[in-house]
Structure formats: structure tokens, C-alpha cells
Design a protein around this ligand. Sequence first.
Ligand code: SF4
Length: 269
Amino acid sequence: MGNTKIGWADKTWGPVVGCTKTQHEGCRFCYAERLHNLRHIAFMHGKKMSMQYAKPFSNVQCFSNRLNQPLHWRKKRNIFVNSMSDLFHKDVPFVFLNRVWETMWACCDMPVRELLYENMPVHNFLILTKRPERLLEYENYRKDRAWGTYFDNIWAGISISNQRDLVEMMDSFMETVAMNKFISIEPMLEPIKIDIYIDYLRFVIIGCESGPNRRPFKNEWAETIVKTCLKRNVPVFYKQGIENGKLTHYPAINGICYQQFPRQLLEAE
Ligand code: SF4
């Protein structure tokens, strides 16, 4: 897996590839689906490509041979887990999630690790899902409601696009034990109020839609979110917006760019 230009992470790790759409608006023009299926077509036409493209995006594929990859990255990284899938898709078996968790635990930076693992690199893992209810199911399956307390290098996030997503996902998300919770509002499709949830969050990411089907976006929507975050001291990362009619990375609000990070994520090189 490669380095990434995503801005809020510096590496991607894809033990799972493929997904199917949820009812949430953010899935409508899924970037991962578009990219994967283009490559799948090329593969079917005989182009030499990775075997993951032998199957269409709708086939969820779990790659055991990728599980140990982060253990070979010696420098501390902020790793985006599954940029081309949703880790909590129903077709990812819990036994496979156990193995993903095992890798992430091996890379935590806490005294408990010394008892279990030796000479492992330290990384942060950021997981984004539109299926927090399955994360909760997984926690219940593990009968291990303590992982979130002991392993603080796992950042669990939900990906939302509108107010309805936030309300629908927050119930199960707040119930999960992950101590580091974050939200990614991308693509942001309408004004969203996060005030009542802000104290549960340790990081907020904002971005407008990109790609050929870009839907409308207003910078003032982002401004409202930024203000809420600043008021409650929650780091906010404004990844992309519209300036002078053009898609702009890291746009400014009143002359200031907001590329803030939680302290723990700043420590990665
Ligand atoms: S959940 Fe994510 S990866 Fe899956 S279809 Fe929706 S946007 Fe794409």
C-alpha cells in the first residue's frame, strides 16, 4: 500500500478492498468504486494489473497477505485503514477483523504492549466507516469492551454528508468504546450542526465533493463547523472547498487555513 495525498493521513493500508453502497448520500458517487471499476475493466481487457482488480468493486475481498504490512513500516505513521472499502461491511468476517485489530494493537504506543509484543513499530490507525452499528456489533462479539481504553492508537471515525447521516450514525457511534472518535464530513452536502456531539469528538475533517459529479457546496457551511470546533478546542482539518468557483485544497477562512491535528497524530513523522 502506498503513501497518500489525502492530507490527514500519510499512508494507506488496504487489507480489505471492495464495498457496496449504503443508503447514505456520500456513497452516491463513491470515488473508490469509480476508480476500482475502471481498473477492473482494464484488467478484463488484458491490462497487467494487481489481482485485486480481477473482481468488481461489489465483491468484498479480504487479503490476509496484507495484514502484516504496517509491521514493516519502521517510521511512525498515521495510517488510513481501507481507503478503498468500509472495514465494517457485512462481508468482512469478524474473524478477519480480529486479525486487523491484532496488527493495530501490535503497533500501539502503550506500556501494555511491551507485555505482548516486542520490537514492533508504533503507528496510529484511522478507520472511517458509514457502518458504526457493525463496529458496535463487532465489539459485542469480541466481548471485549475495554479495547478502546487500552489501545489509543486506533481512531474510529464516521463519514457523513448531511444532518440525517450524523443523527442516524451517532447513536451507535457514541456507544462504541473507541476513546478517539472523529468525524469526516466529506463530501459535505448541506449545512450541518455538530454542536450537540462535539464533546464526543477528538478530530473533525471537512471537505466538499470532488470528481465529475461534484455537488454544490458553500464555504460558509465549513465555516460554521470550524467555529464550533474552535469553541470546544477540537482540532479541525478543512481539506477542500471552493474558492473563486474552483476546487481548492486547504482553503482559507478569513485568511486562516485550518489544518489542525490532534496532538497524538502530530507525533507521527
Ligand atoms: S461505504 Fe464508502 S467505500 Fe463503500 S460504497 Fe460507500 S463511499 Fe464507497
